[in-house]
Design a protein around this ligand. Structure first.
Ligand code: G4P
Length: 547
């Protein structure tokens, strides 16, 4: 079906707010993005500073639960604290210069990359944070690849220019060589390490010289100057002369920046700064304002669906139980893709055709929640309706449609899980079901012995700790875990006969998933290739197809 049909006047009539000017303005002013980075590159600090510079908080440190200061809000948070990592995703919505920015937080630790991958299915743009000294690290590479695959435009923020060893030219070269994307600097650091004094705005051709404030808790005082009009009091002549040379070089050799090329994912604008000292934050925020795209059309089984389709539709990209253990609830995160969501609206789940009234819709701001009565494309809602949703579900009104995309990612770690207390078996089963529904883990079973202990499959091994921790703290089911030597899983598609006669190497293992689909575990890529050769009539997939 064409976009035309999906935005038909009939549909507009069905949802009167749909076609209004106000609706279009709400779409136009939204920017939904995530920050991707390797742990410790400075994502949390940057988030905090974006809130500071947007005027959302008066003092940095008010919102962020810093590793060292996090209050023990729950046992769940305790695990985060113990490990010094961020596990739960939240959504920060803040206004800046007439725009509404929705920042979807993502867990930084690689073992939670599946959560992060899914969150990236719900954004229109990403800010990639690099540590200037460490350059491009493993997790950045993985997350960049996901964004590139989904054609998500990326703004780069090279952080920690205040640290000795920062290397801006090296950073640019590495982005191009390792990530294979053209890097176009839009500002340039004035000095680095202890000499880091500010940034040169390559667009406005203006120096921004900052005076540090303790811990970067408030906005830093900023002086501006032109390259040919800087006094010695403002900037050391040696730093100025170096800056002049660098700017000349960049202006001669650099590729011009165009928003089109950025939106198509061909280039990434690069900003240098320091999240800790607030240097360069304002320019990054301005770039988000100027260049980040409003909610984009989304692929569905009925073709691309534009955000201004009047009828509401949205997709569940993440499910998480007991986000707030005081309520023992289960939150499904929904990204509004088109139309206007209003609380108490009756929607259908496209997968089942089930109709339901959505009355418990919430905005999730850091650890806080508030009821959300209206939401527009680009917004993220937390829905607390237990047991109804699965990952990837589309909720819609009017003509049914199902958004397409990948919500399951290839598992690489496997283990058997056993409940040590048979008295708690029921709770154990219930907890496991919940975790599967959330997409935290996948459950595989031996088709010949389905009552045997299940095999857990996860993208990262730390996910097993979380499973054990949550089963124990939320369901009081103590478990033991035993890691298995497999490194990859492949789902198998073919005729019943071919699957029945599947030849699996002795080091592999044939199992079924919760939907009864056949999956084979392998310990090496070589064994997988060998199995493929032995079974030419079947197809192998590295992730479970959407249910
Ligand atoms: P993450 O969310 O990406 O994991 O990184 P986070 O912001 O927590 O930052 C990791 C460490 O790097 C923190 O130090 C933070 O203060 C420091 N940092 C962030 N941005 C900058 C910067 O621009 N310059 C410098 N020099 N350091 C920066 P920490 O000691 O590990 O934690 P904390 O006690 O400061 O919270």
């Amino acid at each position: 079906m064409s976009e035309q049909t999906l935005s038909s006047p009939a549909a507009a009539e069905a949802s009167p707010q749909g076609g209004s000017q106000q609706f279009r303005n709400e779409i136009r002013r939204r920017r939904t993005f995530a920050i991707i980075s390797h742990p410790d590159a400075g994502k949390t600090t940057l988030t905090e500073k974006l809130l500071l510079y947007s005027g959302c908080v008066a003092t940095a440190g008010a919102v962020r639960g810093r590793k060292t200061q996090r209050a023990a809000r729950s046992d769940w948070m305790e695990l985060e604290r113990e490990r010094g990592i961020s596990i739960t995703s939240t959504v920060l919505s803040f206004e800046y210069e007439g725009l509404l920015l929705n920042l979807l937080d993502t867990p930084g630790h690689e073992d939670f990359s599946e959560d992060t991958y899914r969150t990236l299915t719900a954004v229109d743009c990403a800010v990639m944070v690099l540590d200037s000294v460490k350059g491009i690290e493993a997790q950045t590479k993985k997350l960049f690849a996901i964004c590139a695959q989904r054609k998500i435009p990326i703004i780069t923020f090279v952080n920690k220019l205040d640290r000795p060893g920062a290397d801006p030219l090296g950073n640019l070269g590495e982005i191009e060589q390792v990530l294979g994307i053209h890097a176009v600097p839009l500002n340039w650091p004035i000095g680095t390490g202890r000499d880091f004094r500010g940034v040169y705005d390559l667009v406005d051709k203006e120096l921004k010289l900052f005076s540090p404030v303790p811990q970067g808790a408030v906005r830093v005082p900023t002086e501006t100057a032109k390259l040919d009009n800087v006094s010695e009091e403002q900037l050391d002549p040696l730093l100025l002369s170096k800056l002049r040379d660098e700017v000349e070089l960049l202006e001669c050799a650099g590729e011009p920046f165009t928003r089109e090329a950025f939106l198509e994912g061909q280039i990434t604008p690069v900003f240098f700064g320091s999240a800790l000292t607030n240097f360069g934050i304002e320019l990054l925020l301005e770039a988000l304002h100027e260049y980040a795209p409003p909610p984009a059309p989304r692929p569905s089984d009925k073709g691309m669906v534009p955000a201004d389709r009047p009828d509401f539709a949205g997709v569940i990209f993440k499910i998480q139980a007991n986000l707030d253990p005081r309520h023992h609830d289960c939150v499904a995160f929904l990204r509004v893709c088109c139309g206007t969501f209003t609380r108490d609206m009756e929607v259908s789940i496209a997968r089942t055709g089930t109709r339901m009234r959505v009355s418990r819709s919430q905005r999730l701001f850091a650890q806080e929640r508030e009821t959300m009565d209206v939401a527009y494309p680009g917004d993220v809602l937390g829905l607390t309706i237990p047991g109804q949703f699965r990952l990837g579900d589309t909720l819609c009104i009017g003509e049914p449609l199902q958004f397409t995309g990948q919500w399951q990612f290839p598992p690489e770690c496997f283990a058997t899980l056993r409940c040590t207390d048979t008295q708690r078996r029921k709770q154990f089963d219930k907890g496991l079901l919940q975790l599967v529904e959330e997409g935290a883990i996948q459950l595989l079973r031996d088709p010949l012995a389905p009552s045997q202990e299940p095999i857990l499959a996860a993208v990262g091994a730390l996910q097993f700790d979380v499973v054990q921790f949550r089963l124990e703290s939320e369901y009081r089911a103590v478990t033991t875990i035993h890691r298995l030597p497999y490194r990859m899983a492949r789902w198998v598609k073919g005729s019943t006969e071919d699957i029945e006669n599947l030849k699996v190497p002795s080091t592999g293992r044939q199992l079924i998933d919760e939907d009864g689909l056949t999956v084979v575990l392998f310990d090496t890529e070589g064994m997988f290739q060998y199995c493929k050769k032995m079974n030419p009539n079947v197809e192998f997939f590295d992730a479970r197809p959407l249910r």
